[in-house]
Design a protein around this ligand. Structure first.
Ligand SMILES: [Zn+2]
Length: 381
């Protein structure tokens, strides 16, 4: 068994359901310390939700960029255990695949990063720049005490980050076929349309918030928010929940509650989107309130040194020409991008993530390690 696969198994065997780390980071830190990394554990969060973070850095012998390899040691809950074909925390091989919770998201990536660093440092102990690993046990949860806290601390210290690859599983059907060079932003709203409750036979004595909201909703649903750009699809607005009515068929409800979400490109700002929603609601004369939640700002790494180095590392190892994409949900890349000009995401095939019987193709773990090592060679040699 290869070193990367062996380490991936050791990490999967630790039940690190968010916010638990279950010793994953201590194991990684011991490996990195042995090759000259300075490791720092940063705990954060309330007593009942304690998050473990690791910042590990190895400075080379010559000037050069700081390349961060980032990820999370926490995993999502298993779901019903009786539906798994093998225990989620007992790494198990079947049909060339390694099964276990976190196999794809993203303990194989972390193992590949650690072994890539070991091989690179052994071959080039006097490398340029610096290699750093940034790990958290709160990526799958609220993400309040994880990567964001470490990045804030690094910014306070004036620590300069130049490039970062997050090991999220981005591949679609073959290792390396897709990488992310950005993510859309997420902005949610809970809209409460206020009417006047009354008897359905006396509408003149009531004000129906469903009737009032309907034309405004139609206008919002048809709105072109922006046209996207070379990297992002157009911003999309979607209603997820709509609740109105008392259950009785003879009552005009006094209130209508609508949950909606924007996935927005770098062509729109949260402030502008909020103002445009308000303008439509005002135009239709609605009485309302909105509670807004900004889930994440968008980030974008335009084509440049990192996209080219990662693309070349993937091609050298696999022969695959990767595709740049900004699709999918939010990730910790959004926090790192505030303090690091080039952030990308790359990891194994994501088809089974968060599912029953999560797995990774066993041979891909070694190839993933080789790609990360090739990246280190291109950036820090
Ligand atoms: Zn993940």
């Amino acid at each position: 068994m290869t070193a990367a696969l062996h380490l991936a198994e050791a990490l999967i065997a630790r039940n690190s359901t968010t916010p638990e780390d279950a010793g994953c980071q201590a194991l990684i830190a011991s490996r990195l310390q042995a090759i000259g990394f300075v490791c720092e554990t940063i705990e954060s969060g309330p007593a009942n939700f304690r998050v473990t973070n690791l910042w590990a850095k190895r400075s080379g012998a010559r000037p050069g960029p700081t390349l961060v390899l980032a990820g999370h040691t926490d995993v999502v809950p298993t779901g019903p255990l009786d539906q798994w074909h093998s225990d989620p925390f007992t790494p198990t091989h079947r049909d060339g695949k390694l099964y276990g919770r976190g196999a794809a998201d993203m303990k194989s990536s972390i193992a590949a990063m650690v072994v890539a660093a070991e091989e690179f440092v052994a071959a080039q102990p006097a490398h340029a720049g610096a290699i750093a690993l940034l790990l958290t046990s709160d990526e799958e949860g609220p993400a309040l005490d994880g990567t964001v806290k470490v990045v804030d601390l690094l910014a306070q210290r004036g620590e300069k980050l130049d490039m970062c690859v997050v090991g999220e599983p981005t591949s679609v059907s073959a290792l390396g076929d897709m990488v992310k060079n950005g993510r859309r932003g997420s902005l949610s709203g809970k809209l409460r349309v206020i009417g006047v409750q009354g008897h359905i036979a006396y509408p003149q004595l009531a004000r129906n918030p469903i009737h009032q909201a309907a034309p405004a909703l139609a206008e919002l649903a048809a709105m072109v928010w922006d046209s996207g750009n070379a990297y992002f699809p157009p911003t999309s607005w979607q209603v997820s929940n709509i609740h109105g009515g008392t259950g009785a068929t003879n009552v005009i409800p006094g209130e209508l509650v609508i949950d909606f979400n924007f996935r927005f490109s770098t062509e729109s700002t949260p402030e502008a989107l909020k103002a445009r929603v308000a303008a439509v609601l005002d135009k239709h004369g609605l009485q309302y309130q909105i509670d807004w939640t900004l889930g994440g700002e968008p980030f974008l790494t335009p084509v440049g040194t990192l996209t080219e180095a990662l693309g070349a590392a993937i091609h050298d190892e696999t022969g695959v020409t990767t595709e740049l994409s900004t699709t999918g949900g939010t990730s910790d890349g959004r926090f790192i991008a505030k303090h690091c000009p080039q952030v990308m995401e790359f990891g194994p095939i994501n088809a089974s993530i968060h599912k029953i019987d999560e797995h990774v193709i066993a041979a891909d773990v070694e190839r993933l390690k080789n790609i990360y090592r090739r990246l280190l060679e291109k950036v820090l040699a």
